[in-house]
Write a protein that binds this ligand. Structure first.
Ligand code: PLP
Length: 406
């Protein structure tokens, strides 16, 4: 590990978590090995008992996982002070996917009879986990409007079985935000475990640990990997003992481990995160301005525009407004489909956070199966288009959007 204190976020992106390879390879090679060997029975025993640090089995740990995990933990803690006055410490566990990391989060912290308090418009997979997978295990989600702090507090007071607060900000696809400082403060007051999905923002734009969140979660598939080369998820916790104990146990036994190749790709992707995010956000601001003044566009949801309902919260808790936006075409569903079909450079795809600009039409893609009334309750209207703005030259993005809107 590089011992020099690193003063800049981008230096941490590049160097944190790296350990010198015994053969002096520049990059940590991909450890394509399911198991690790011991010199003696005694050494095996020392490794298993935790007296000696080392690798045992790749479902548990690997040099490639550890590099990505240490890098991500360092980024989420960048510049923050811990309870003892020194730098904040956190432990990250890499998973096969974002959903795998969420499974560890919920199963590792909750038992039958416990409830989660959360808000409207969550990532589709998280919403289904709350509605379909957790209830048969006896874990339920209480959904309230968390823009209203009093309503949130009243709901917590009314139900002592609420044990966890789960936040996603900014949220998909309308970019609604919730107030991290106020809500995590409330979680502390009522002794709830707090967890934040930081996928849309990344640690570069927003640090939930600054407000005392217990856990931060990412789908690393998105901006952390940054190139769309691998699925992955990470759970980061500031209670290092708990992370190394019960959470590590759940991670090992649920089997949602990452793999050395995907972890290698993630590590390389994170190195350029600050430069990519700067460009993503700069391009997104230009795209939002262009769409906002286009006659075919009825409305733009972007956190950098002062008319977004959560502009103030976002300006307070995020460094920039991010790369995600959605917009509404005046012509509704038909206009939406026509626009998508006419795109030439921007790609028609779900997912987000890649170098390429990705555009999807929630009503005909991600939310096709959701009844119209339900969709409209979440403001996912027929003409809504979601854009993950890429790092191409912004002129080319604008030209493509312009010709597709003709
Ligand atoms: C993609 C995503 C997830 C799920 O992650 P996977 O890597 O697809 O399992 C969770 N939350 C958000 C906000 C996401 O965008």
């Amino acid at each position: 590990m590089k011992q020099t204190p690193l003063t800049g976020f981008s230096s941490v992106c590049v160097h944190a978590g790296h350990e010198q390879d015994p053969h002096y390879a520049h990059l940590t090679p991909i450890y394509a090995s399911s198991t690790y060997v011991y010199d003696s029975a005694d050494q095996g025993m020392r490794r298993f008992s935790g007296q000696e640090d080392g690798y045992i089995y790749t479902r548990w740990d690997s040099p490639n996982f550890r590099e990505a995990e240490q890098k991500i933990a360092a980024l989420e803690c960048f510049g923050l002070t811990g309870p003892g006055g020194g730098p904040l410490q956190a432990k990250a566990k890499l998973h096969a996917s974002g959903m795998g990391a969420l499974s560890t989060l919920f199963i590792g912290n909750l038992k039958s009879g416990d409830k989660i308090i959360s808000h409207y418009s969550l990532y589709g997979g998280t919403d289904e986990l709350f509605r379909k997978i957790l209830p048969p295990l006896g874990i339920e989600a209480v959904i309230v409007d968390m823009h209203d702090i009093n309503q949130t507090e009243a709901a917590i007071k009314a139900d002592p079985s609420i044990r966890m607060m789960y936040l996603e900000t900014p949220a998909n696809p309308t970019l609604r935000c919730v107030d991290l400082e106020a809500l995590i403060g409330l979680a502390h007051q009522y002794k709830l475990v707090s967890a934040v999905d930081n996928t849309f923002a990344t640690a570069y734009l927003q640090q939930p640990f600054a407000y005392g969140a217990d856990y931060v979660f990412h789908s690393t598939t998105k901006f952390l990997n940054g190139h769309g080369t691998a699925i992955g998820g990470v759970l980061i916790g500031t209670d290092v003992e708990k992370m190394n104990g019960p959470i590590e146990k759940v991670h090992r036994l649920l089997g949602a481990n990452s793999n050395p190749f995907d972890a290698f790709l993630l590590t390389q992707g994170i190195k350029t995160m600050e430069v990519r995010m700067e460009r993503h956000c700069h391009n997104a601001m230009e795209v939002a301005g262009f769409l906002d003044s286009h006659p075919a566009v009825a409305r733009v949801n972007y956190l950098g525009l002062a008319d977004h309902p959560d502009f103030t919260i976002a300006s307070r808790q995020m460094k920039h407004a991010g790369a995600m936006m959605s917009f509404e075409l005046k012509g509704g569903l038909e206009a939406g489909k026509r626009f998508i079909d006419r795109l030439q450079m921007c790609l028609r795809a779900v997912s987000l956070g890649t170098c390429d600009t990705l555009i999807c039409h929630p009503a005909s893609m991600t939310h096709y199966g959701v009844p119209k009334e339900m969709r409209e309750k979440y403001e996912i209207t027929d003409g809504l288009i979601r854009v993950s703005v890429g790092i191409e030259a912004v002129t080319d993005i604008l030209n493509d959007l312009d010709q597709a809107l003709q």
